[in-house]
Ligand binder design. Structure first.
Ligand code: HEM
Length: 111
């Protein structure tokens, strides 16, 4: 897929997308962005086939209690797609990553 450098590029683009989105940014008001970038990159590495392991908290632990709406979940996925497009990730790879990411949906909505 392009290794760690490509993953870091996607994560940086994603944080940029979040920073410029008035709907999603407030969720990250108290977030340690360096930690978010590190853990999110680890998870992307796992989703893209590794080899690596995820050392962050579970999706329930992280997102439970945030009251994320369905619309905001979908918007975040759109921001992630923008981030991948800007990093020139091929659509076949994008589909695979989105598929794995969105399987976490039930672990974060309505908790
Ligand atoms: C689409 C699927 C998503 C995945 C795979 C995902 C994944 C992650 C990961 C891996 C972390 C880092 C966990 C850690 O620090 O241990 C994280 C943190 C976070 N996520 Fe998500 N996320 C998703 C959707 C969302 C959505 C929709 C929102 C809000 C609209 C959101 C808001 C946050 C926030 C605010 C944090 C930081 C939490 C903190 O400050 O401790 N995430 N996410």
């Amino acid at each position: 897929m392009g290794g760690q450098a490509k993953i870091n590029e996607i994560v940086e683009n994603f944080v940029y997308e979040i920073e410029y989105n008035d709907t999603i940014l407030p969720y990250f008001a108290d977030t340690d962005i360096d930690r978010f970038m590190e853990k999110f990159a680890e998870q992307l590495c796992v989703f893209s086939g590794g080899p690596c392991s995820y050392s962050g908290d579970t999706m329930e632990q992280v997102h439970g209690g945030m009251n994320i709406t369905e619309a905001d979940f979908n918007l975040t996925v759109d921001l992630f797609i923008n981030a991948m497009n800007k990093a020139n990730v091929p659509h076949t790879v994008q589909n695979k990553l989105i598929n794995r990411m969105t399987h976490t949906r039930e672990q974060m909505l309505y908790l």
